[in-house]
Design a protein around this ligand. Structure first.
Ligand SMILES: [Mn+2]
Length: 329
């Protein structure tokens, strides 16, 4: 068999050239990008790494996010190298690679959390930026541990989600997909002056949930706020809140309305459109983004790749922001 031709632009090895090889064939890496191990075998490194975290032992309702990374990669085959919305070519600006999946113990949450933290630190030890595809939201805690350790300070957090994820425990368990940001606040990983949830909605257990959340320092832009204020005004609020602080972005796909993301673990009516989400992400250009994750994609409840495609495109716009930031430095 002949060698797979790739797009090489600005000296960076990019996706498989889909004008020569059909994009539905071959290995399923994110956006048909090269594998990290192939680059390393060739003596190269990557500026941005995409890694899968197939893990869903922390879920409280529908399971299945362990299959999210493979599903998002499959749905990402249609992504192309130039992003007209930002007028950038992320895979040419910097070297981007798919690092494969972390090997996470499905029977031991604490061990899996420790593995995510370890692997995230190892993947970023050479200064690379990391985009993690989940997996359930439990993984945000070890990813924040790694991000704040690397930053050497508590970090700002932009959290796109239908839910607060600052609950205390479920069934006495501290580490679940509904509790990562309370644990992160308790561990001092977060800068309380620069935290914001975006897209929250739906009922909570009691008003105390909101009081606790505010005590940790979170601001809230609800899904309804976005509807009434509009994307541009919300982006302005978020940019003012974050400023130039190092920020981590955690994106639960259930921030989208179930019409735009049916394949998720705890769906809530009244959510964002994928257009609103992508436009908000594009508005964050220039922020000092340390890393990001996209979580809670469940292929078992998805159909027509609706959720997978939305997640793949959110990843692409996050990568565009991260590549542009690194290229500007
Ligand atoms: Mn969540």
């Amino acid at each position: 068999m002949r060698e797979i031709p790739r797009i090489i632009d600005n000296g960076n090895i990019g996706p498989v050239n889909s004008t020569l090889v059909p994009r539905y064939s071959g290995e399923s890496t994110f956006a048909l990008l090269p594998r990290l191990r192939d680059l390393e075998t060739a003596g190269r490194s990557a500026d941005i790494k995409i890694v899968g975290a197939p893990f869903d032992t922390g879920v409280s309702y529908r399971p299945g996010a362990r299959f999210g990374p493979a599903h998002i990669r499959q749905a990402s085959r249609l992504l192309r190298p130039y992003n007209p919305a930002t007028d950038t070519s992320p895979f040419a600006q910097v070297q981007v690679a798919d690092a494969g999946d972390m090997a996470l113990n499905p029977f031991h949450i604490e061990e899996a959390i420790a593995t995510v933290e370890h692997d995230a630190l190892e993947l970023t030890a050479d200064g690379a930026s990391l985009l993690t595809i989940g997996g359930d939201h439990t993984i945000a805690l070890p990813l924040l541990r790694a991000a704040s350790q690397r930053a050497g300070q508590p970090v700002a957090l932009l959290h796109f989600d239908a839910h607060l994820d600052t609950w205390d425990t479920y069934f006495g368990a501290d580490y679940t997909h509904g509790t990562p940001f309370r644990r992160a606040a308790e561990e001092g990983l977060l800068d309380p002056s620069a935290l914001c949830h975006v897209g929250t909605r739906g009922p909570v257990y009691s008003k105390n949930d909101l009081d606790d959340d505010a005590r940790f320092g979170f601001g809230i832009i609800t899904s309804a706020d976005l509807y009434y204020k509009g994307v541009e005004a919300v982006v302005t609020i978020l940019r003012e809140r974050i400023g130039d602080k190092p920020v981590y972005i955690s994106l639960d796909i259930d921030v989208l309305d179930p019409a735009h993301a049916p394949g998720t673990g705890t769906p809530e009516a009244g959510g964002l459109t994928s257009r609103e989400l992508l436009e908000m992400l594009r508005g964050l250009r220039g922020l000092n983004i340390l890393g990001a994750d996209v979580v809670e994609v469940l292929p078992s409840y998805d159909h027509a790749e609706v959720t997978g495609i939305a997640a793949a495109h959110a990843c692409y716009d996050l990568l565009s922001l991260m590549a542009d930031l690194r290229a500007a430095k």
